[in-house]
Design a protein around this ligand. Sequence first.
Ligand code: IPD
Ligand code: CA
Ligand code: CA
Length: 256
Amino acid sequence: MVNNLIEIAQEAGEIIKEGFGKKFSIEFKTNESNLVTEIDKKSEQTIINYVRKKFPTHSILAEESGESQSSSDYCWVIDPLDGTTNFAHGFPIFSVSIGVLHKGEIIAGVIYDVMQNIIYAAEKNSGATENGNKIIVSKNDSLPRSLLVTGFPYDIADNPEKALDIFVAMTKNSRGIRRLGSAAIDFCYVAKGVFDGFWEVHLHPWDICAGKLIVEESGGIVTDFDGKLTDIFSPKILCSNKLIHSQMIDVIKSIS
Ligand code: IPD
Ligand code: CA
Ligand code: CA
């Protein structure tokens, strides 16, 4: 399965690479910050065509076209371009993220960092890799010595789940915070031990699916803000190397 995911993520990535820096149409979704470009749609259609051809019975949950259910136990969860704002502004951090569920459990995930040409991949119980080389989370057990990453949802103006307050508290209690603009890549940088933790509110299943498996298979953990193991539909995601997880929860609890 993972080889199929790699093949189609790279194909979609080529479409994105070709479109980067060129003229493309942009539409607003929920507000003026929430964009979709014609490249997001082209990438998604390419991935969907591939699934339809190779796995015609499988269900699909894709960001731009929604859900197509079938009686299959398999479901493809697709973010055709994670980091659309970066892409639209010419900032070269964005990815293709594809995960596959079997009876609701994530069994395979691939994230393609398009401009760096890096494939992150994981298969359930088989570890996680970066361009074929095994990756593991960091061994840092101190939040004050941790570098963290986060992101903000498109409704951040409403400060959902006190996201802005959590950001301030994490800033005060860690070595620093980065904001890359692609949640899928955020997960990968925790998986390979560059960042020690990541959190975000109001992510969607397609932002989470592949990244969650990649982090878990590299020795990390993904929970809600109470530390409970969670599925890809959780509105609050906390992800770390395990060692700083409880310290991150304490910070979140301190402001809620
Ligand atoms: C977004 C990115 C971003 C995160 C947003 C997501 P999109 O996905 O992952 O990093 O902060 O919450 O919606 O819209 O570029 O696919
Ligand atoms: Ca996304
Ligand atoms: Ca997207």
